[in-house]
Design a protein around this ligand. Structure first.
Ligand code: HPA
Length: 274
């Protein structure tokens, strides 16, 4: 395995050979939202497989590529498909894209995901701005050697999800009649869904939603000094809330149903918030 910094440097070099476009905003698109990147004008598309030793997603529905270009008048780079911790990579590996985006010019990050609802008032289909997270994944993307040029050994993570972004998006969405909740996202490693007992524990600990992504990327954004707007799509009631088993199909169905509103929220974020 190559040293992670070599993977970053090679990726930046390859991307820079194909475009000198400087993205300002990074978008990491979660389950069901990947085709948001299809809106990007005159896109430069870079499949992850073109980048040596770059972690590649194994999950169906997660196309793996960077898409770079203009979106709603903003300079963006989107990750169409992300790699998850549960695929077996270290959190350090799955967050290399954030460090690559930073080197390409990214100064603000939008993280999206599909997740399970823990707060019983959040119906499936609810969009939730992330106010904070609980890292219950059992790992941390900053374990091991510190990337000194990105940030300190012991970074502050108390203000990852920028309050100004949330306040501004809440107001902009309300003006358009879009319902947005706000809450705490708790990461479990997955890939099994939580047990009803774990969902109950998550609620007692202060979580509103549970999911298997986003937290590693958010921590690395904090390390790199990149403020985050995090938006979760609650696709199902967390395990045990209803007396029925969870399944991936429900997650995919809800994500598809909510996609139009999610796209509108992202467009609003690009034009009025970030
Ligand atoms: N738990 C964890 N991850 C998820 C869920 C869930 O209930 N739904 C979608 N992603």
């Amino acid at each position: 395995m190559k040293h992670e910094m070599e993977i970053i440097t090679n990726a930046v070099q390859i991307i820079r050979k194909r475009t000198d476009f400087e993205p300002e905003i990074g978008l990491i698109l979660g389950s069901g939202l990947g085709d948001y990147a299809d809106q990007i004008e005159n896109p430069v598309v870079i499949p992850y497989r073109d980048l040596p030793d770059f972690p590649v997603s194994t999950v169906a529905g997660h196309t793996g590529q960077f898409v770079i270009g203009m979106c709603r008048g903003r300079h963006v780079i989107a990750m169409q498909g992300r790699v998850h911790y549960y695929e077996g990579y270290s959190q350090k590996m799955i967050t290399l894209p954030v460090r690559i985006m930073k080197r390409l010019g990214v100064q603000k990050m939008v993280l999206t995901n599909a997740c399970g609802g823990v707060n019983q008032e959040f119906e499936p289909g609810t969009l939730m701005m992330i106010r904070g997270h609980i890292n219950y994944s059992g790992s941390n993307p900053l374990l091991g050697e510190n990337f000194e040029e990105d940030g300190p050994r012991f970074p502050d993570v108390s203000q990852i999800y920028k309050k100004e972004y949330r306040d501004s998006l809440r107001a902009a969405a309300a003006a358009k009649g879009i319902h947005l909740e706000e809450g705490v996202y708790m990461m479990f490693s997955g890939p099994s869904y939580e047990t009803p007992e774990e969902v109950r524990m998550a609620r007692i600990l202060g979580a509103d939603a549970v999911g298997m992504s986003t937290v590693p990327e958010a921590i690395v954004c904090a390390h790199c000094g990149i403020p985050v707007l995090g938006i979760s799509c609650i696709t199902n009631f967390g395990a045990g809330i209803l007396d029925q088993p969870l399944n991936h199909e429900e997650v995919v169905e809800t994500a598809a149903r909510v996609k139009k509103v999610f796209v509108e929220v992202l467009n609003t974020a690009l034009t009025e918030v970030l």
